[in-house]
Structure formats: structure tokens, C-alpha cells
Design a protein around this ligand. Structure first.
Ligand SMILES: O=C(O)C(=O)C[C@H](CCCc1ccccc1)C(=O)O
Ligand SMILES: [Zn+2]
Length: 322
């Protein structure tokens, strides 16, 4: 698969994410400097390369799994807990279901155009069957543990099992965790933007259910509403089975499942970032984003009304911090 599938037209410059061996010192240098890299031979989840729909349906067990349903290809994440507090009229863009993997697999194989798209997004837990657990145990933990120790990352918080239908899109967002993203079945196109894009990708307010998601659509740009979009630039890669993409903490990413296979299977490894108690100046871009998030949370606790925030910050800085 080409580094960047050129049939897709972008209005912004895109460079390929380097594809390197996990033994290449350059790969480790990129990870240490929190830059994206595709590791082509990490053999991180080789035991899961056989996790196709039938195998998972047969072995993952009878537990309910979280599946999102969408009337379009987009699956924009929303935080359920933030709806009741500040956005009671929020319209959920997807419906959250809890069904067995077998039910999900049946819906996928019987899907017809015009029906809603489905996306299984389930944290792996102890409810999985023994066969899947055995595959999980034989992941390349020695390499993984050595890697995360070297980088000083925190604990592994979760492994999200992702089974998407071809064409599914996860719109532009960032996460507050380090991420080793393993592609198992099918191909995914990943478009990444550095954390300094905070003022060019217009995240929803921190109190909003779409916190951490971009308000803008990079494939239907509204340059009047979001003029900063004219200054964005990305790195991109198409991931195939066995590829591991390092998505650095706070890096924006857009992920879509290509049509060369009816579905895709991925698993991610989310780690807490290193503790930044040693603050070294100049601050990293991601540290500035973390500070902005804390200020937003404080101001919302204080003002309670989102409509007063703009005026508050104008009064604070206009004519004073130029
Ligand atoms: O691994 C990652 O970080 C991704 O974004 C992978 C992405 C699905 C993520 C769904 C999601 C987004 C935000 C919060 C919780 C869950 C995909 O592969 O489509
Ligand atoms: Zn993400």
C-alpha cells in the first residue's frame, strides 16, 4: 500500500509518516521526541493477526460489546457524562448499543447499503474467552514493557478492540494518552497533526460532550468559520496488518477504514504519559494544551455560563498582554 493513498485529495500539505524497523535507532529517537512513526516489524500482536470476524465471533465469548451505529460514515466520539451537565439539547451523532460479538458479526455480514454503519469499540477485559486471552498473553510484552520503561510512560490504561466497517471514519481528535496503535486486519488511513494545531483545528470547549474533538471537517473545510484551517499540515500513513503506529499524546488524528476489505480490525495500547513534574522551559506544545484545558475547567467552574467566557478572556488580555 502506498505511504499515502494519492487518490485522496487534501487541501493541506501531507508528508508520509516514517516507516521504520523497531530496531532502528531513528525509530526510538522519534518516539522519545514524541513524533509519529510506523514500526513495521515490532511483531507486537502477531498472535492477533488471525483475529478475523469469524475467529472473534467464535472465541471472544458471550459478553456484550459496545457498538456505535451511525447514519453516515462518521463516528464522532462524545462524552455521555458532559451532556446532562451543560448540553441537555446535545444531539448524539451516533447511537451506542451493547450487543454480543456474534450479533455484531451477523449485522456486518448481512449489511446492505442504506443501512446504518456500525463500529465496535470495546475495551478488552477479563470477560474474553480463553483462546483470545491466550492470544493476548502472547503479545510481545517484553518489547512493549522495555519500550514503555525506556520512554518513562505510565501504566497501560486500556486496550481498545476496534472492528470497523469499510469506509468508517473517526474524525479529527486528540487523546491525553500515549498510543501504540496496531493494525490487524484490513487497512486504515491515519492522518496526524501536531499538538501546536490547537488554534488551527478548533477543538470543542472542554465542558462540551465533543471535548477533544475538532469542530472542523478537514474534508469539508469551512474557511470562514475556521480560517486557521489554511495553515494546517499533516503526516499520514496507510497501516496494514502487522503495522504499529505510534500516535504521540495530544497529537490530533483522523482515522478511516479503507475499502480493500469489508471490515478492519485494530487494537490500541493507551498509556498514561510520563509525569511532567520536572517542568523544563520552553514548555512543550502539549504542555500548553494541558494548561489551557486546566484554565478552561477553572473558568467554567467559576463562571458556569459558557456565554460569559469569551468576554471574560477578552477583558483579561485585550490591551494588556500584547
Ligand atoms: O486509538 C485511537 O486513539 C483512535 O482514535 C482509534 C480510532 C477509534 C477511537 C475511538 C475513540 C475516540 C476517542 C475516545 C474514545 C474512543 C479508530 O481507529 O477509528
Ligand atoms: Zn484517538
Amino acid at each position: 500500500m502506498a505511504d499515502i493513498d494519492y487518490e485522496t485529495k487534501y487541501f493541506f500539505p501531507v508528508k508520509p509518516i516514517p516507516r521504520l524497523s523497531c530496531r532502528d535507532p531513528e525509530a526510538l529517537r522519534l518516539i522519545s521526541s514524541e513524533k509519529p512513526v510506523v514500526l513495521t516489524d515490532a511483531k507486537l500482536c502477531d498472535s492477533a493477526l488471525k483475529w478475523n470476524l469469524d475467529y472473534l465471533a467464535q472465541h471472544i465469548g458471550p459478553a456484550k460489546h459496545v457498538v456505535f451505529a451511525s447514519q453516515c460514515d462518521e463516528f464522532k466520539y462524545y462524552d455521555e457524562t458532559k451532556i446532562s451537565q451543560y448540553c441537555p439539547n446535545f444531539k448524539r451523532p451516533t447511537q451506542r448499543l451493547e450487543i454480543t460479538f456474534q450479533e455484531f458479526a451477523n449485522k456486518l455480514t448481512q449489511w446492505n447499503p442504506g443501512q446504518e454503519k456500525l463500529y465496535l469499540q470495546q475495551g478488552l477485559n477479563s470477560s474474553v474467552g480463553t483462546v483470545i486471552a491466550a492470544d493476548f498473553v502472547s503479545f510481545n510484552w517484553p518489547w512493549l514493557n522495555a519500550q514503555t520503561k525506556t520512554q518513562g510512560w505510565g501504566t497501560l490504561t486500556s486496550n481498545l478492540l476496534l472492528v470497523a466497517m469499510a469506509g468508517n471514519v473517526t474524525p479529527v481528535h486528540y487523546d491525553e494518552q500515549q498510543n501504540l496503535f496496531c493494525q490487524l486486519v484490513g487497512h486504515k488511513r491515519c492522518i496526524l497533526f501536531s499538538p501546536d494545531h490547537h488554534d488551527r483545528l478548533y477543538p470543542h470547549p472542554v465542558y462540551h460532550p465533543h471535548d477533544r474533538q475538532s469542530q472542523a471537517d478537514i474534508f469539508k473545510p469551512d474557511f470562514d468559520k475556521f480560517p486557521g484551517l489554511r495553515q494546517i499540515s499533516a503526516q499520514s500513513a496507510v497501516l496494514g496488518p502487522g503495522d504499529v503506529l505510534y500516535i504521540p499524546i495530544y497529537w490530533w488524528h483522523h482515522i478511516s477504514s479503507l475499502h480493500n476489505h469489508p471490515y478492519t480490525v485494530s487494537i490500541n495500547f493507551w498509556y498514561k504519559g510520563a509525569s511532567t513534574d520536572m517542568v523544563i522551559y520552553p514548555l512543550l506544545d502539549r504542555q500548553k494544551v494541558a494548561i489551557m484545558r486546566n484554565i478552561e475547567k477553572m473558568i467554567m467552574d467559576a463562571l458556569k455560563k459558557p456565554t460569559e467566557v469569551d468576554q471574560f478572556f477578552q477583558s483579561l488580555i485585550l490591551g494588556r498582554y500584547t
